[in-house]
Design a binder for this molecule. Structure first.
Ligand SMILES: CC(C)(COP(=O)(O)OP(=O)(O)OC[C@H]1O[C@@H](n2cnc3c(N)ncnc32)[C@H](O)[C@@H]1OP(=O)(O)O)[C@@H](O)C(=O)NCCC(=O)NCCS
Length: 194
């Protein structure tokens, strides 16, 4: 079993936390996560073709952790804001995905902040060298989020291999590109093994 991390960032007096959950913690919020995955806009942007049940969310997390992936729950104080993960982790690489669940909370900077926290962990603690993302071309918010995190379009074979669909936009970011974009904030972000 891999160590489970808890990443925190106290920002303007507000505590943001990203944690790798236990099965009990996933079960406790599985209904809320399933509802967010199934919300019409989110579902379209994440190309979820079938609705998820809470039980399937629990299985998804367990399967991802078993495969060496790192799913995180995202909290602003005690409020669940969404989830994110590093998947297909290996050879210094991983794929990153994120969701800010509530439609009314999207577009307010949460995706950027939690994204910065998890890239800090990924590059500094997990020692990844490059992180990949594949995005539907119509997902403007996601394209802009990843650009904000320092990602650039990457049509290499390695990057394209992460894509699910032929027209997905493949992007990637190196540690250096990420630190250039967010260096000033990084010392404020801390992590512990839970
Ligand atoms: C994609 C997502 C994670 C982005 O997180 P967020 O908190 O909404 O994004 P932020 O507020 O941090 O903004 C990030 C960038 O996207 C832009 N943006 C956010 N929402 C936008 C929208 N609806 N339309 C256009 N641009 C948008 C912001 O202006 C910002 O860009 P800028 O820095 O160039 O100004 C979130 O919108 C989401 O969960 N969407 C549904 C699920 C999803 O698409 N997940 C990603 C799958 S690859």
């Amino acid at each position: 079993m891999l160590p489970r991390y808890r990443v925190s960032w106290i920002r303007q007096g507000e505590r943001l936390v990203a944690l790798e959950p236990t099965p009990e913690e996933v079960r406790a919020c599985a209904e809320e996560l399933a509802a967010a995955y199934n919300e019409e806009h989110n579902r379209t942007m994440m190309a979820n073709t079938v609705a998820a049940t809470p039980a399937e969310v629990v299985t998804l997390y367990a399967d991802m952790q078993r495969a060496g992936g790192r799913p995180f729950l995202l909290y602003r104080e005690d409020t669940l804001m969404g989830d994110a993960d590093l998947r297909r982790v290996g050879e210094g690489r991983a794929e990153f995905a994120i969701m800010v669940g509530s439609r009314t909370e999207q577009g307010r900077g949460w995706g950027t902040r939690f994204g910065v926290m998890l890239h800090r962990l990924a590059f500094e603690e997990l020692r990844l060298e490059r992180i990949y993302a594949t995005i539907l071309p119509k997902n403007t918010a996601s394209l802009r989020l990843f650009a904000r995190l320092g990602y650039v379009r990457d049509d290499s074979g390695v990057a394209r291999a992460f894509a699910d669909y032929a027209d997905d936009v493949a992007m990637s970011v190196s540690r250096h590109e990420f630190e250039r974009a967010h260096g000033a904030a990084l010392p404020e972000i801390a992590w512990t093994v839970r």
